[in-house]
Design a protein around this ligand. Structure first.
Ligand code: NAD
Length: 296
């Protein structure tokens, strides 16, 4: 069993750290918010006074932070200096590819192993230890991380070198954002054509229009029992997080010179959805924007 330092004990980090404890690891943790540290202590995580303290005796350091800025600040703010040589640094935050590569460089220059390992599956997946991890880094770093990640998730996929996990994450979520808008447009058109929701669902679910956004997460209530549409669009996956990932995809596309016109349109539409004050609701609520406000 490993000694693990866990930095960032928010909505995702708290249950993930708790699952490491359940798997028998010795976990110490740090978060800027004292209340989060107390909650983590309730799940068997030993609270530390700083990120550096959480890293100093660890074999593995996991970060679960809001964005690239915080990851680089934590890495440069004493954590890499405090850790022992060859400590494995796993960053599971969703961050921009450029910052992920900088984090790898900083860690390896300091004599550490590094892996970017963002997740999909949301808070429910974090609680249930059923997350999917998309990892980028060397084969050696991946091999060491795999059993640890398996304590927090069901699928662990090695996507390639530094930054490849983040690349996979934003490509997947760009597809998802575009798909959800497509499904929402189709239901909106069906409504105008007098076609029932159920008829469109039954046909498309068994036809070439089928997608996860339709059959697992339908934006119209009454068709998929577990979909947030049946729970007043309570997330699930918040529209603000979808917007974050679509912006990361656009940033990466600009740097890489990739043409992603539908990804750009999706980022604009989710930007409007957030500007309407809907950022805290599930991203499938984008259907209200497609219909026009009040067209629910
Ligand atoms: P969150 O805001 O709930 O948690 C982030 C935590 O980091 C907070 O508790 C904050 O206090 C802490 N923090 C910030 N700066 C810090 C620092 N310098 N040192 C120590 N702690 C610091 O966010 P979350 O929902 O847990 O998401 C974390 C990451 O996972 C994000 O990158 C997000 O995009 C990604 N993600 C979230 C979900 C989801 O459904 N919530 C799903 C997939 C991926």
């Amino acid at each position: 069993m490993a000694r693990i330092g866990f930095i960032g004990l928010g909505n995702m980090g708290l249950p993930m750290a708790g699952n490491l404890v359940k798997a028998g690891h010795a976990v110490v943790g740090f978060d800027l918010v004292g209340e989060n540290l107390e909650r983590a202590a309730g799940r068997g995580v030993n609270p530390e006074r700083s990120a550096a303290d959480a890293a100093k005796d660890a074999e593995i350091v996991v970060t679960m932070l809001p964005a690239g800025k915080q990851v680089l600040e934590v890495y440069q703010g004493g954590v890499l200096g405090a850790a022992r040589a060859n400590t494995l640094f796993i960053d599971s935050s969703t961050i921009d590819v450029a910052s992920a590569r900088s984090a790898h460089r900083l860690a390896t220059e300091a004599g550490m192993l590094a892996l970017d390992a963002p997740v999909s599956g949301g808070v429910g997946g974090a609680e249930a230890a059923s997350l999917t991890f998309m990892a980028g880094g060397t084969t050696a770093a991946f091999a060491q991380a795999k059993p640890i990640l398996e304590s927090m998730g069901r699928r662990v996929i090695h996507c390639g070198d530094a930054g490849a996990g983040q690349a996979a994450k934003i490509c997947n979520n760009m597809m998802l954002g575009i798909n959800m808008i497509g499904v929402s447009e189709a239901f909106t058109l069906a409504e105008k054509l007098g076609l029932s929701h159920k008829a469109l669902f039954d046909v498309a679910a068994a036809s070439s229009g089928q997608s996860w956004a339709l059959t697992s997460y339908c934006p119209v209530p009454g068709l998929v029992a577990a979909a947030p549409a049946n729970n007043n669009y309570k997330p699930g996956f918040a529209s603000a997080l979808m917007l974050k990932d679509l912006k990361l995809a656009q940033e990466a596309a600009a740097v890489a010179g990739a043409s992603t016109p539908l990804g750009a349109a999706a980022a604009q539409l989710f930007g409007l959805h957030n500007a309407w004050g809907e950022g805290g609701t599930d991203f499938s609520g984008i259907i209200h924007l497609i219909r026009g406000r009040g067209g629910q």
